[in-house]
Design a binder for this molecule. Structure first.
Ligand code: OAD
Length: 241
């Protein structure tokens, strides 16, 4: 595994948990009594936009109080030092991967610090609160919404992700429960194309049995250990597919 050249890393809420960002399905996963599946839908946005915008305003503001942890930093190191192909696909809408320095990164579920125009489809940086009815600077419609992929909507960059899964030698999943598709299906897809699959998670997940190997523990320990071993092994021998 350690000598392979194309890697896809999938991250979920567990990688940011030790930074203080609550996970969705663990303790503290409820927001004012709502499950995330009840707030993050196009139906909820239509029925109660103030509630949905407030949910994301609070999460966006909370980013100011958190910093990347050693797991984000280890992936940023991998991004800097790995000479093969790498794609970090995150389901997270926080910005901790990029603040740690990761660049070969895709946010498949959108980004808290971004707004989406429901009228023209433009996406734009938006670091502050986003009241319902905010106007799009491009088309002028009062249609800006959080740039988050809601349940029932199509995740971003799926073509690029599918291509990377088909071409990778190693697929690594970090801190995700395997409860939400299509991300939960990436391991099967990568394995079907011949990749080795590794899971790093605090506890066994819904998808653990689909991985060649699962390592259990906190991401802040497991991810730096894995990155260090991977980089060490390729420094001592040439990379090969
Ligand atoms: P979940 O909350 O479903 O799962 C978090 C996973 O992280 C669990 O399997 C935990 O065991 C694990 N975990 C917790 N703390 C950890 C730690 N310190 N180190 C390693 N693992 C840890 O979060 P996701 O799988 O990311 O979608 O949820 C997927 C999607 O569901 C999210 O992207 C979100 C949500 O609805 C949108 O917002 C669109």
């Amino acid at each position: 595994m350690e000598k392979r050249s194309a890697i896809v890393v999938l991250t979920g809420a567990g990688i940011s948990a030790e930074s203080g960002v609550p996970t969705f399905r663990g303790p503290g996963g409820l927001w004012e009594g709502h499950r995330v599946e009840e707030v993050c839908t196009p139906q909820a946005l239509g029925a109660d936009p103030a509630l949905v915008h407030r949910f994301y305003d609070l999460r966006r503001a909370a980013l100011l109080d958190v910093v990347p942890n050693p797991a984000h930093e280890a992936l940023a190191r991998l991004d800097r030092e790995w000479r093969g192909e790498l794609l970090i696909v995150t389901q997270n809408v926080d910005d901790l991967h990029e603040r740690a320095g990761a660049r070969r990164l895709l946010h498949m579920h959108g980004e808290l610090r971004s707004a989406l125009c429901a009228a023209c489809g433009a996406r734009m940086p938006h670091p502050g609160p986003l009241p319902p009815g905010s106007r799009c600077p491009g088309c002028g419609a009062a249609a800006l919404r959080p740039d988050i992929v809601f349940f029932g909507e199509f995740p971003y960059a799926m073509e690029r992700i599918e291509a990377a899964l088909a071409a990778c030698d190693l697929f690594v999943s970090i801190g995700t429960s395997g409860a939400v598709y299509p991300a939960a299906g990436f391991v099967a897809k990568a394995a079907a194309y011949g990749a080795r699959t590794l899971e790093l998670n605090l506890e066994p997940s819904a998808g653990s049995r689909r991985f060649d190997e699962t390592r259990l523990g906190p991401a802040s320990r497991l991810v730096p250990e894995w990155v260090e071993a991977l980089l060490q092994s390729t420094q001592s021998s040439p990379m090969s597919r």
